[in-house]
Design a protein around this ligand. Sequence first.
Ligand code: GAR
Length: 208
Amino acid sequence: MNILKVGILASGNGTNLQTIIDKSEKKELPVRVVVVISDKPDAYALQRASKHSIPTFVVKPRDFADKVSYEQKMIDILKSHDVELVVLAGFMKILSPHFIGAFRNRIINIHPSLIPAFCGKDFYGMKVHQAVIDSGVKITGATVHFVDENVDAGPIIIQKAIEVKDNDTAETVALKVHQIEHQILPEAIRLFAEGKLKIVGRKVFIEE
Ligand code: GAR
């Protein structure tokens, strides 16, 4: 089977990255993580990648004159590693049309809520889970979607819900959401790698 070359952008701990690496090494996913890029030099995701001999790069926006040149650096790294799919796995920067156009329909993102709830430029990481707790909703979850020019609004590939219980906190919700992220992100990557995702307008059809 053809092995898809995946490049991952991550800003933090990298548990989603770890799941993808582990499943690809166990041959449960027909992909190979060929490069990991972070905007944060101390992101633990970089260490996780290094432990598996995956090349890593730190690309910091403030080292560049503008957003286009910052993103062009990442595009150059990804293209030089022949990346076929870009996965945003806990990447906290918003990408501009310049980057998105370079990998049209080849970028997917994991977001820690049920889009279109608790998403957009002010909702990321723990902020999402705190907002979930503060709002009193009874369910939340995670979403994997294609990335387009609208923040957290590209065509949805997979969503999965969890219940929010009375005694939940932002931390316990984050733990539960991470568990389902570790299921749906690899599943979405598998579907992409096997050519089973078809984007039609706002919708993604899954051909099993
Ligand atoms: C994940 O929950 C992911 O959904 C979220 O950051 C976390 C990263 O966890 N992403 C966003 O909030 C993007 N808007 P990880 O570093 O352990 O994979």
